[in-house]
Every structure is written in structure tokens, then in C-alpha cells.
Design a protein around this ligand. Structure first.
Ligand code: SF4
Ligand code: SF4
Length: 469
């Protein structure tokens, strides 16, 4: 007898995908539960933060104000200048690594609870439900021919969407233009043309992304949703369906023991699918469309409660736990991200703590290397810029050293207002015999003489002259 297994040709199943498929509209059912209540609380915090922040004044100035024309970012009493760009870069790197750490440990919590796309979509869905009704009513409404009542419902929904989008756009621009003036000038048509353009742009983008595109932004446009799977491992918290417990799925009467009828705990009610904003079935396994919002967990827990079964058929879990293995938080990838975040936070704090709210730029006149004055002195011309990045005005003394018998011609004492860049033309003169090199290093120092404010800054420059042998 032959030990060989007989071969059989099997034709592969061909599935045809249309690259430009029409979007299938998702009708979600509203659900309340533990995770939805967390999401709602997060929504309130984020919305209040976003809409109120530009209206909060700090030291008689808009608390958070990104003044692009002056290239100054004001954040609650601290002003960041272009020189502080490295701090901004550091902050972005810290945020990125913190997000990597969060994703490695807890999966897509950012997407499910705090991402602006998710939060704004939640609000738009709420408006939709208030104007068009529940999931079943909306499905029915869309199938109906246009009528007075349908038009009224659709009109109300889109009007509220546009109003909320406009509020979003106006607030966003209000971070870059004084919001109090903007809110008035918008209606009196006195606002800057660019302000109108950007408000219209962000109104349109919000209306489109949160009203029409919704899950498509996450599925097709968001780069983060694409690459975050590389941060996942078997210990990452994900939303999962416990197939071992749930299968075989099927309907049964309440009170029936599933084992008696040869079934698992899933009653195949599809409630987890109906609440899903991504329109997927979590029972098909982990899918990249899943934003980790946990609404399916709330929906299934609700069903389990009604059936008298234990909760957690769909739950936050890990691949390891599902396979009966131990889940651990301490693993090389998470530790690596954690250390990176910690080191960067320490370095960032050090830089911020060490940051002097005083800038000094020295520009040497490049038109002439040096002049000889009628009295025979060698002269170099400079433009010195003193930048007062503090919140109050201060008095500063300017000095220069680096060559013998060096003479600074011009004023030495300056009062510089908060946020002012004071440009000072300056002449430095030196007797020719002290010049030993063609290029000589000299240093400019600006120092506060206010008793209550200690700050000084030194910058080097070159003094050029003829070498006399
Ligand atoms: S599958 Fe569940 S967690 Fe994922 S998006 Fe849908 S409802 Fe949210
Ligand atoms: S909600 Fe729970 S019981 Fe209902 S279909 Fe989904 S997994 Fe099955």
C-alpha cells in the first residue's frame, strides 16, 4: 500500500474587488455602557478644552496664542520664539514616543477615546440621531422618497453639522488671531481675508471628515492606523471576541444552557456589529479598521447581562490571554519606549529650565570688512539685536570685550519691552597696533540691571582688521 497522499487540484476562490467601491453607509446604534461613559467624559474634557482655551486670558493677553506674523507662541505666560524651535521639536518627539508606548501597552486607545476624528464624529453622530432618529429610523428614512418631513430632518442635520463645523473653524483660527476681535470682525466683515479663508477651509474639512467620511478617514487616510500594528505584540491590549467561548454562535431562548443545545455563548444578535462605527464584525478577529472604541464590548456585555451569561465575551484582552498564556506589561519593546520617553522628558525639562528668556544676535556689516576712521582707529560696524522674551519690560546694559583698548561707540543702556526685538547699530573701534590677527574673536554681552530680574546673554562675533607687523 502506498504511503503517499493523493493530490487533488483545487481551484482558488477568486474574489473580485472594485478599487473604487462605493462607500457602504454605516448606521450605528447608540449604546451606553462603561466604555461609552469614559468616551463621553473624555469628549467633554476635550471639547471644553478646545473651545474655551483661546478665550482664557493670562496676564492681559490671550493665554494660548500662536502669533505667526511675529513668530511668537504664547502659552500661558511663556513665550516661545523661533530660537525655541528645538523645544517644539523635542515636544513632538516626546509625544510620538509616548504614543508608541501607549499603543504597545494599550493598543488603539488614542484612536478610540481621544483622536479628534473620533471625538468630532461622535458629536456629528449625536446630532444625526437627534435630528433623524435611531438606527432603524435612519435606515427607513434613507429608503423613503423625498418628502417634506425627510427634507426637514436632513436640512436640520446638515445645518447643525455646518454650524458646529463653523464653530470648530472659528475656534481653530482663534488660536492664531486674537479670538475676541475675530468673533466680532467675522460678522462685521472686518476680519482679514486670510481669516475668512481659513475659517471656511476648516469648516469644510470638519463637515466633510466628521459628517461624510467618518471611518474612511481612519481606514484610508490616517497614516497612524497603518503603521501602528508594528507596535502590537501578543501582550498588547486589544478588543477581542473569545471565539472559544462564543462559538458556535446561534439564537436560543433566554435561560437555555448553551451547552444543552450545542452552542457557545454568542447568540448571534449582531449588536456588536450594529454599534461599530467602523462597520466591522469583531468576531472575524482583529482588523485594522478597528479603532478600539470598545463599543462592541459595551453592546455585548449588555446582551450577556440580559441572557444571564458572564460578561466579557467581547473584551479588552491580549493574544496571550486568549491562548491561556500569561500577559506581561514588562517586555523589551515597552521598556525601551518607556526609557526613551523618560530620558527625553528629563532632557526637555533640563532645556526648558535652562532656557534664558533673553536673546542676543550680532550681525556684522558685510559690505565693508573694516573702516579706518580719521583719527586712525580701525572700525567694524555691527547690528546688535536684543530680544526680550520675558513677560515684562527690562533695562539692559550692553558690553563688548575681546581686544585691548576696544571702544564701543553708541548707547550702552536700553529699555526693551516684553516681546520686543531691539535692533541697535553699533561701531567698535580699536587702535591698529593692538590687532595681531586679521580675524579676532570678540564677545558681546547683554545683561539685565533690574534688581528683580537676573538674565544675561553672551554672543561671539568677529572683528576684522589689517595686521600691522
Ligand atoms: S470592532 Fe469594536 S472596538 Fe473595534 S471599532 Fe468596532 S466597535 Fe469599536
Ligand atoms: S453582541 Fe455578543 S452575543 Fe451578540 S453577536 Fe456580538 S458577540 Fe455575539
Amino acid at each position: 500500500m502506498s504511503n503517499q497522499i493523493p493530490l487533488k487540484n483545487i481551484e482558488p476562490e477568486t474574489v473580485e474587488y472594485d478599487l473604487y467601491q462605493k462607500r457602504k453607509k454605516i448606521y450605528t446604534r447608540r449604546i451606553s455602557g462603561f466604555f461609552q461613559s469614559i468616551r463621553t467624559k473624555m469628549l467633554w474634557v476635550l471639547m471644553l478644552g478646545y473651545f474655551l482655551t483661546p478665550w482664557i486670558n493670562f496676564h492681559d493677553r490671550q493665554g494660548v496664542f500662536f502669533d505667526l506674523p511675529s513668530r511668537q507662541f504664547h502659552i500661558f505666560g511663556v513665550t516661545f520664539w523661533p530660537q525655541d524651535f528645538v523645544l517644539l521639536a523635542g515636544l513632538l518627539i516626546i509625544s510620538a514616543f509616548a504614543l508608541f508606548l501607549l499603543t504597545t501597552l494599550f493598543g488603539r486607545v488614542w484612536c478610540g477615546y481621544t483622536c479628534p476624528q473620533t471625538v468630532w464624529t461622535m458629536i456629528f453622530m449625536w446630532i444625526e440621531e437627534k435630528t433623524e432618529g435611531s438606527r432603524n429610523q435612519r435606515i427607513k428614512l434613507d429608503k423613503e422618497p423625498m418628502s417634506k418631513s425627510k427634507f426637514y430632518k436632513k436640512f436640520s442635520k446638515h445645518s447643525l453639522w455646518i454650524l458646529f463645523s463653523w464653530l470648530t473653524g472659528l475656534t481653530f483660527v482663534g488660536y492664531f488671531t486674537p479670538v475676541r476681535e475675530l468673533a466680532i470682525e467675522f460678522f462685521t466683515f472686518d476680519a482679514n481675508l486670510w481669516a475668512y479663508f481659513w475659517i471656511a477651509f476648516f469648516t469644510g474639512a470638519t463637515y466633510l471628515f466628521a459628517g461624510w467620511m467618518r471611518e474612511q478617514v481612519c481606514t484610508f487616510m490616517c497614516p497612524y492606523s497603518r503603521f501602528q500594528s508594528v507596535m502590537f505584540d501578543n501582550n498588547t491590549l486589544v478588543i477581542s471576541y473569545d471565539a472559544a467561548r462564543g462559538e458556535g454562535r446561534g439564537a436560543r431562548k433566554k435561560g437555555v444552557n448553551p451547552k444543552d443545545v450545542g452552542l457557545g455563548d454568542c447568540i448571534d444578535c449582531n449588536q456588536c456589529v450594529h454599534v461599530c462605527p467602523a462597520g466591522i464584525d469583531i468576531r472575524d478577529g482583529l482588523q485594522y479598521e478597528c479603532i478600539g472604541c470598545a463599543l462592541c464590548v459595551d453592546a455585548c456585555d449588555d446582551v450577556m447581562d440580559k441572557m444571564g451569561y458572564a460578561r466579557g465575551l467581547v473584551s479588552y484582552t491580549t493574544e496571550n490571554r486568549l491562548e491561556g498564556k500569561k500577559t506581561t506589561i514588562m517586555r523589551p519593546k515597552a521598556i525601551g519606549y518607556g526609557i526613551a520617553v523618560l530620558v527625553m522628558i528629563i532632557a526637555f525639562s533640563f532645556f526648558v529650565g535652562d532656557r534664558e528668556p533673553l536673546g542676543l544676535d550680532v550681525l556684522k556689516d558685510r559690505n565693508r570688512l573694516y573702516n579706518q576712521t580719521p583719527s586712525g582707529m580701525i572700525e567694524n560696524i555691527y547690528t546688535v539685536k536684543i530680544i526680550n522674551m520675558d513677560q515684562s519690560k527690562h533695562t539692559f546694559i550692553l558690553s563688548v570685550e575681546g581686544l585691548d583698548q576696544l571702544n564701543m561707540i553708541g548707547r550702552k543702556k536700553f529699555v526693551v519691552n516684553s516681546g520686543e526685538v531691539r535692533a541697535i547699530p553699533l561701531s567698535i573701534q580699536v587702535p591698529p597696533h593692538v590687532i595681531q590677527e586679521q580675524k579676532n574673536t570678540i564677545s558681546f554681552t547683554v545683561k539685565s540691571i533690574d534688581p528683580s530680574y537676573e538674565a544675561s546673554k553672551t554672543t561671539e562675533s568677529r572683528f576684522i582688521g589689517p595686521v600691522t607687523k
